[in-house]
Structure formats: structure tokens, C-alpha cells
Design a protein around this ligand. Sequence first.
Ligand code: HEC
Ligand code: HEC
Ligand code: HEC
Ligand code: HEC
Length: 466
Amino acid sequence: MNSESAKSRLPLWVGPALFLLTTGVVVLLGLLAFSITERRWETQRPAIAIQPIAEWEPDNAAWGANYPREYERYLLTRDDTTRTMFGGSFPRDYLEDDPRQVLLFAGYPFSKEYRQARGHYHSVTDVTQTKRISAKNMSSCWTCKSTDVPKRMAEMGVAEFYATPFSEFVGKITHPIGCQDCHDPKTMNLRITRPALREAFAAMGKDIDQATHQEMRSLVCAQCHVEYYFKDGSYVTLPWAGGLGVEQIIAYYDALSFTDWTHAISKTSIIKSQHPDYELYSAGIHAYGGVACADCHMPYRTEGGVKFTDHHVQSPLLNIANSCAVCHRWGEEEIRSRVEAIQTKVANAKLAAEDVLVRAHFDIAAAMQAGATDEELAAARKLVRHAQYRWDFVSSHNGVGFHAPQECTRILGDSAREAQEARLLVARLLAAKGISAEPKYPDLSTRDRAVEVKNAFESGQPTNLL
Ligand code: HEC
Ligand code: HEC
Ligand code: HEC
Ligand code: HEC
């Protein structure tokens, strides 16, 4: 029997009947799929109707009424008890752990208080309580701390906002970092609310509105987790016109002869670096692979069959399964130990650079005590200025080098080399003045000792080093 004869034997109604049956099944399957997505949608949406959110709504709870899952997770950034080997959200005291930093910041408020960042929930409390803020500060310091900021800027103008004394808004700016900083209330799309990042892109000849969705998942963070300075005393500016690398940023500051303070020990004009997290991340392998800040710090989370973005922004080491294991097939302990090994190397390179830098400051002070002039010390001071900025670029960045291990060790190596070169210059200078003995370096083994020495230099009665 061939197929031709088999076909010809089927009754005429079979064709149309099969067609109807198939159509029926397809329609039923379609309805089922629709009902499933519908249900999923319903569970994703809160039972309550979505309330419209005002354009600059600063209150996280108001947004939370519409998006309870994201809000509940966001509220967990209040927890300040978590610890990892180098990070976590407890207010680790850097000066207590590492007294060298008291000396490195001599003459500047960071030598009085310097603690590890806590979660976003605490941003307003922390900025109003730190000893680093004084009557001299402008509202520029509010910029990265509150959802109230974009509203104030819209009302009074950006430059006017920055130039208002900080104290004027104490008690008026109250809402910590939150929904409004990253989201458009109408669409919930990610958006840029801080002008400095937009302006920095423009200065590089780029349009931030052309950024891809994946880039936005890092750029929302880059609104705050970047290096900046106050142009003309208060205008928040990112020094990126020449590029994001540490060399380009140093060249940018040098061209402006920019200085944050004169070092109390060596009288060097120092530039303070502020957490260049986005800049260093950009130099790392994950940025190269298109992995965004949010991929690791805001991974997806599933609750009751619903997948959403975890708004508990924190150390990814506290959530390795969701943050890393989605891409890496290594076990959790293996991942943790790889991260800690990277961080330990960077931390050691950092301490090594600090040891040379601290000595370089004292060497210059010793040369001053031996009568060296500013002119004679100019070259050494310039080296120390650059060495300290390089060290601080890595030191002030969060994550202890994980975001770009090779770049961080490279920068720290350059820092130590420059500080060493400065020490050589000073040693020759001292030798020319007939002094061949090493300066008498003070004991800096505890924070209290370091503070005593720092105070002596700050009050103009420096410890005798010769
Ligand atoms: C590949 C994953 C990954 C990416 C991408 C990433 N980070 Fe991290 N981040 C980490 C890890 C791991 C640490 C170290 C955490 C620790 O030491 O506990 C860290 C630490 C931090 C910390 C300090 C947290 C703490 O508890 O000490 C901050 C702040 C931070 N990252 C911000 C950013 C920003 C901003 C971006 C994007 C510009 C970014 N990270 C991109 C993995 C990542
Ligand atoms: C630091 C920036 C940031 C803050 C603050 C923030 N979000 Fe998000 N949010 C994100 C990112 C990143 C995504 C992922 C967006 C994407 O990839 O499309 C997201 C996604 C969302 C989504 C889409 C659904 C989902 O979970 O993926 C909702 C809804 C949302 N956020 C609500 C909120 C609410 C409510 C708050 C305040 C309690 C808030 N967000 C605060 C960055 C932020
Ligand atoms: C509006 C400014 C702002 C934005 C936007 C922002 N941050 Fe932060 N972030 C801060 C400040 C300020 C702190 C320190 C808060 C404190 O110590 O009181 C901080 C702290 C952190 C910490 C430390 C928390 C901990 O528990 O260790 C991490 C991690 C972090 N941010 C990651 C991110 C990531 C990732 C994004 C983008 C998805 C982001 N931040 C967006 C300003 C911001
Ligand atoms: C979205 C995917 C993705 C996520 C999430 C991710 N990584 Fe990666 N990771 C990569 C890619 C891509 C590379 C580049 C090397 C490669 O292709 O394997 C990489 C490389 C690495 C390396 C090797 C670094 C080097 O210098 O060679 C380490 C270590 C690492 N990741 C750790 C982590 C940790 C820890 C986390 C979580 C905090 C994490 N990754 C999250 C994609 C990811």
C-alpha cells in the first residue's frame, strides 16, 4: 500500500475536522497562557490601585505604597550590623584600624573622623552627624544624601542650591537616598536626577540620554559613587573632561592648580579623592564584560513566584548566591575566598604605599626644620601631591580593589614609587646641608600617638625630627 492510496481512502470530513480541532487547542492554550501572565501581572502589582506619584516626590513610603516589594527590601539598608572581611555596613573606624591615615590627612577634617559608609537609609543622619561638616560647608554636601535635593534644585536653581549654607537645610532635608534618586515616577524607568553626571558626560562630548538600559543600571549609581570637587567653592563637578583614569584626573586638577588643603606636616598642597567607585569599576573586567553595578548589588530576587529587583543595596558578599553564582559556577565559599584574596593583595599594597608616603611627609618636614626653602622642596612636594592622590584614589574607593584589582595595584605601585622618589630628593637635599642621619620618625603605633603628633604639627609646634 502506498501513501497515495492511503490518503485517498480517508473520508472528506477529516481535513476540516482536524483543522478545527487544532484551532480550538491553539485558542485554548492561548487563553491559558494569557491567564497565567495576567495572574503573574496581578501578583506583581500590589492589590491596591497604583497611585500617581508626584514628579519630585521625596517620600520613599509614598512610592512604597505602590511598590511594596522594592520598598520592603530598600528598608533593609537600615541594617548596620553586617560585616565582611573588608566591608559590610557597620561604621568601621578607619582611623582606629589604621593610624597612618591620621597623619596622611593632617590638617584636614578626615584626620578627625573617617568611618566606613553605611546603607542608603542612613545617609541624612550620617551627613548631619559627622564631625567633618562645619559651619563653613555649603549645600553641595547635601547633593548625594537625599531625595529632597532634586526638588530643591528644581525650585531654586542648581547653582543657587549648591551655594546655600549647609546649615540652612538641616531639619528641612529629611528623606534619605531613595526611589526618586533613580526612578521616573510616571514610568519607573531609570533616570539621572543629579546634574553633575549629566554635565560630566557633556564635558566628554557624550550625551547621557543615549546611554543603553544596561549602562543606566550603573549610571544611576554613578550619580553619587564618583570622584568630584567643588568648582568655585560649591558647584559639584566631576573632573572627567580628560577621561576617567587617575592620570587624566591628576592632569585635570594640576591644570587648575586645585588644592583641597595644605598638609600640616609637609606643607604639600593635597587633593582629596572621594570614592571614585564608578571610575575604578570602569577599569575592571566586569565593566568590560558589560556587568553593571546593579547586577551585583541589586540582583534579582524571587518571592512567591515573582521575580523583582532586590533593593537591599549592600555588599554582594552577603548574598553571593544571587549576586555572583548566577554567572559563576564556583561554589559560594570559593567565590568568597577569591574576593578576599584579591582584596588582601590590594589592602597590603595600600599599606605599603602608606608607609612610604607617611615617611615622605616627615622627610619634607625634616628638611624644612633644616632650613630648606619652598623652592628647594617644590619637586619633592609635587611628587608627594601625586603619590598621595593616587593612594587616596584607591583607598577612598569602596570594595578594596575588587572592582579593578590590576588597576588598583598598578596605581598603588606608582604611588609608592613617587613617594620614594620624593624621599630620595629630600635625602640629597639634607646631605647637601650636611645632614646624613635619617629623620627621627615619631612612634605612630596607636591612634592616640598619631593624633598627638598631628596636633603638634597643626598647632605650629612640630615634633623635632632632626
Ligand atoms: C562583579 C560584581 C560587582 C560589580 C559589577 C560592582 N560591584 Fe561593588 N562590590 C562588589 C564586591 C564583591 C564588593 C566587596 C564587598 C565586601 O568587601 O564586602 C563590592 C563593594 C562595593 C562597595 C562597598 C560595600 C561594602 O560593604 O564595603 C560599594 C559602595 C560598591 N561596591 C559600589 C559599586 C558601584 C557604584 C558599582 C558600579 C559602578 C559596583 N559596585 C559594581 C561587587 C561588584
Ligand atoms: C540606587 C538606585 C535605585 C533606587 C534608590 C531605587 N531603585 Fe528601583 N530599581 C533600580 C534598578 C537599577 C532597577 C532595575 C531596573 C531595570 O533593570 O530595568 C529598579 C527596578 C525597580 C522597579 C521595577 C521592578 C523590579 O523590581 O525590577 C520598581 C517597581 C522599583 N525599582 C521601585 C523602587 C522603589 C519603590 C524604590 C524606593 C523604595 C526604588 N525603586 C529605589 C534602582 C533603584
Ligand atoms: C543619591 C546618591 C547615591 C546613589 C544614587 C547611590 N548611592 Fe550608594 N551610597 C551613597 C551614600 C551617600 C552612601 C553612604 C551612606 C552613609 O554612610 O550614610 C552610600 C552607600 C552605599 C553602599 C554601602 C552600603 C553598605 O551596606 O555597605 C553601597 C554598597 C552602595 N552605596 C551601592 C550603591 C549602588 C550599587 C548604587 C546604584 C544602584 C548606589 N549605591 C546609588 C549615595 C548614593
Ligand atoms: C552578569 C554576569 C556576572 C556577574 C553577576 C558576576 N560576574 Fe564575575 N565575571 C563575569 C565575566 C564576564 C568575567 C570575565 C572573565 C570571564 O569571561 O569569565 C568575570 C570575571 C570574574 C573574576 C575573575 C577576575 C579577573 O580579574 O580575572 C572574578 C574573581 C569574578 N568575576 C568574581 C565575581 C564575583 C565575586 C561576583 C559577585 C559579586 C561576580 N563575579 C559577579 C561575569 C559576572
